[in-house]
Write a protein that binds this ligand. Structure first.
Ligand SMILES: [Zn+2]
Length: 67
C-alpha cells in the first residue's frame, strides 16, 4: 500500500532543506519589499538562498530522492 502521506515524509532531510530554502527566500522577499536592506544585507540573504538551492541539489545528487 502506498499512501500520499508516506510519500510526503519519504525524505525528511530533503523536506528540511526545502523548508530552509523557502524560509531564506521569504526573508529576502519580505525585507527587499520593505526596502530597508543595505546592499551588503541583500547580498548576504541572496547568498543564503543560493546556498540553500545548492544544498538541495547536492542532497538530491547524493541521495537520489528527487520528488
Ligand atoms: Zn533525501
Amino acid at each position: 500500500m502506498c499512501s500520499l502521506s508516506t510519500r510526503l515524509v519519504q525524505c525528511l532531510e530533503h523536506a528540511r532543506l526545502e523548508e530552509e530554502y523557502l524560509a531564506a527566500r521569504d526573508r529576502l522577499r519580505n525585507l527587499s519589499r520593505l526596502r530597508t536592506l543595505s546592499r551588503q544585507d541583500e547580498r548576504r540573504l541572496a547568498d543564503a538562498v543560493a546556498m540553500a538551492i545548492a544544498r538541495i541539489k547536492e542532497h538530491i545528487a547524493a541521495h537520489g530522492c528527487e520528488r
